[in-house]
Design a protein. Structure first.
Length: 387
């Protein structure tokens, strides 16, 4: 045929162009999708407690029943965490997808429950939202360490965690300012449910972590865990260097194996149990963080009850909640961006625990002393500082 024997011109191959979703922005988009879902979960958690009096009227419920709309949410988180941890470690994408679906279901159940004045349906929505939260809480560190270099672990983990607190803060503040009667509550819950579809749409940005990066993150995390359990801070620094220097798969897997064997198991639930048995001090650390977390989550709900009893309106109490949670979000982001040296983590945590214990103790003593409905500027200023 014509042209037979002519030399074929081979054009140089061009490197495939990386799309926006698969380029350097991919980990940040995944973090944003997770953070939005986490914030949404915390926001819907606060649908009822900031307006407890109105909730009692709308749902024809007792004060203790309204309290269960918040407490049931948190108790479901505690009960669901072991199973959620297993699912998160085995299938991250499925866990996040289920969490988003449960959040959307929770928001629509709440709107329908208020529209029908059905307390049982609203209580069921609290259990559904708590199940979603149990899938959210184990993910911040995993998403950070499997997608970002060690130099950004503190910042990206803080962003993921503080997103939850930001949603919590917005719920504490916006609900009492936007909801004044039954019609307001029903309208508010409807628009909240519609926003859930935005969270679903953002899930399309989710991409799995590259295998190499995920393996490096696992190895570094396990080595860092050993350093704290055995009091060898230098190991933590070496673990961080592992991913920074870009070791190959063999080195990564070897480090992961050594780290896993050193603390009695890998990153699954059975490994956690073995770690608790091997290192009793770790049990005390987990208990301390759990108690502090439980007290912290209870403070806004307690604020609403205590300050309304002392003459504050729900809107005025919301400003106290805003001060409490907002200070936590700001300080958490500041620490995440500034505290990047693993060798300093222990001292920073001890200092934070001490400050928190003193502030909460003084706050409790002050509230106990204010038996009369005192609303002096000085007492309010001291409460704000302690919060």
């Amino acid at each position: 045929s014509e042209g037979r024997g002519e030399a074929l011109v081979q054009l140089p191959r061009q490197a495939p162009k990386r799309s926006f979703l698969n380029g350097a922005a991919r980990p940040w988009l995944v973090l944003a999708a997770f953070s939005l879902n986490s914030a949404f979960n915390a926001f819907i958690c606060m649908d009822f407690s900031p307006v407890s009096s109105l909730t009692r009227s709308v749902l024809h419920a007792e004060e203790s029943q309204v309290a269960w709309l918040y407490s049931g949410f948190l108790l479901t988180v505690c009960c669901g965490m072991p199973l959620a941890l297993v699912l998160v470690l085995r299938c991250e994408a499925l866990s996040l997808g289920i969490s988003i679906a449960l959040n959307v279901a929770c928001s629509w159940m709440r709107w329908l429950g208020v529209a029908r004045r059905d307390y049982a349906l609203c209580l069921a929505s609290a259990l559904v939202g708590g199940a979603s939260a149990s899938l959210i809480l184990p993910l911040p560190a995993q998403i950070s360490q499997q997608r970002f270099p060690p130099s950004r672990w503190s910042l990206t983990t803080s962003l993921a965690i503080q997103a939850n607190y930001l949603g919590w803060m917005l719920g504490c503040f916006l609900v009492p300012h936007l909801v004044e009667d039954r019609q307001d509550m029903e309208r508010f819950l409807l628009w909240q449910s519609v926003f859930g579809f935005v969270v679903v749409a953002c899930f399309l940005f989710y991409r799995r972590a590259p295998a190499q990066t995920a393996l490096q993150g696992v190895a570094s995390r396990l080595a860092m865990s050993v350093s704290y359990l055995e009091g060898q801070d230098s190991i933590a620094v070496a673990a961080a260097d592992l991913q920074t220097e870009g070791n190959g798969d063999g080195a990564v897997l070897q480090a992961a194996a050594v780290s896993s064997g050193a603390h009695g198991g890998g990153g699954d639930f059975r490994g956690l149990i073995r770690t608790l048995r091997t290192y009793p001090s770790f049990s005390a650390q987990v208990l301390a963080c759990g108690i502090l977390g439980g007290v912290g989550f209870a403070v806004p709900a307690c604020n609403d009850a205590i300050w309304e009893h002392r003459g504050f309106s729900s809107r005025e109490a919301a400003w106290l909640d805003l001060a409490f949670i907002g200070a936590g979000v700001a300080s958490g982001l500041a620490l995440g961006s500034c505290c990047n040296n693993p060798a300093k983590y222990r001292q920073v945590l001890l200092a934070l625990f001490a400050v928190c214990a003193v502030a909460l103790s003084c706050l409790a003593a002050l509230v106990e002393a204010l038996e009369d409905a005192s609303r002096s500027g000085l007492s309010t200023a001291v409460v704000l500082v302690l919060l």
